[in-house]
Design a binder for this molecule. Sequence first.
Ligand code: GLU
Length: 503
Amino acid sequence: MTVRVRYAPSPTGLAHVGNVRTAIYNWLYARKMGGTFIARLEDTDRSAERYSPEGIWDLEASMRYLGIVPDEWWVSGGPHEPYVQSRRLPIYLGYAEQLLQSGGAYRCYCTRERLEAMRTEQQLMKQPTGYDRRCRNLSVEERTRLDKAGTPSVVRLAMPLDGETVVHDLIRGEIRYDNRSQDDQVLLKSDGYPTYFLACVVDDHLMGITHVIRGDDWLSSAPKFVQVSRALGWEPPPLAHPSLIVGPDHKKLGKRHGSTQFAEFVRDGYLPEALFNFLVLLGWSPGSEQVELLSVPEIIERFGLEGLSEHPAVFDYDKLRWMNGQYIRASEPGRIIGLCLPYLSQAGLVSDRPTEEELAYVRRVVPLEIERLKTIGEITDLVRFFFKEPAFPAEFDDKGVRKWLKADSAGSILERQMLGFKAVDEWTPERLEEITHASAESLGLPFGPVVHTTRLAATGRTTGPGLFDTLDVLGRDRVLRRLAAVQSQLPLGADTVEAGGDA
Ligand code: GLU
């Protein structure tokens, strides 16, 4: 049997990381088994809040970003075209008709008002809500009368009224459902559009899907999936529902935890390989040994549905950041520099079409911060001081100002350093370090305070890449200008630091 798996998203908005993880698992299983990965657009809910054209674009973009482009899908087509459900309506109508004929489904004429009243009453009586099956037993005459009168209707599944439905979940094993807990699901709406339960079952069958790996939110309605298949005379493909994704507080992952849309992570500068690696490990374990960083080929090699977990997986934002940092450092610096450029332009640090000179500067600045970079988007804050002179004292590190620039020696340190920097023959990290040693010696001060005071005056910060590499890249003019600007404000009055903020 050739494995055929599918990702069947509904374009309701920007793709959620949970859906993208489902796509990854399907893709991986196909790659592992030498099978086919299909993507099908389930766009039969046309209400404005459930249908987003932007969402379609986003689904495509997220798959391309990760390099999991389907073998058959709505973009490239394939033997089972169209891969867009709204363009397959006649197919579903045919199967709905078949179910009506066989008794697997029935027409329901209940109005929205009646259904709402029924629901309110069920809630008041603290009963489970669900369709009361009033139309299931209408007489033939009654149906004919309603049809002749052109009464709008939907088609509902005639769910078995007793017994159990056994679902074979590839991750959770056999799950038994009491049929009485399941509603007579609407399969075809009055506007002629199918619901998920009809369209998905029909398409999975027609498209030869061998394994359904889908979001765990479908687990509770799995018996309907099975019963619709059986009513159509088909044995449903085995199902697999990977784990629920929860936030650090173990509640279902949501906006209040942080970003949840895949696009947000892309925008913040997470690399595809980090997102892939991280999302795969959310609910899949590669085996006994504790490995975190796995390349795509390694993951394919180890992947199997048996490694998927049914237990909720915690979306650990810090771990993702850590992992992204690891992948950033494993990358060619040239790639990272290229990825940083749009962020730098957007922050106004370099022009939209950078000049050769700007590019040369960026090529020297970015590598100094790669060590600390966790997301590409963070580059702007890390390197801002290379491009913009921090305003004194408003943009200076407050504690640093209090510690180093309020010291009596600050003025003489800066003066000495400027003398040395002006005179130095070669502007290299080694020479700048020598100058700084010489300053310390002539002032009778330890090396540390001279370094810290110089760093603060030149960058506004107390931390950062090595001071002499930083000064080297900043260049003589910038450094002298900045040191002089700070020096001209010394000694500091009592209120200077308060003006800077957090005092
Ligand atoms: N269209 C469904 C969704 O987006 C797909 C569920 C499935 O994979 O069967 O949730």
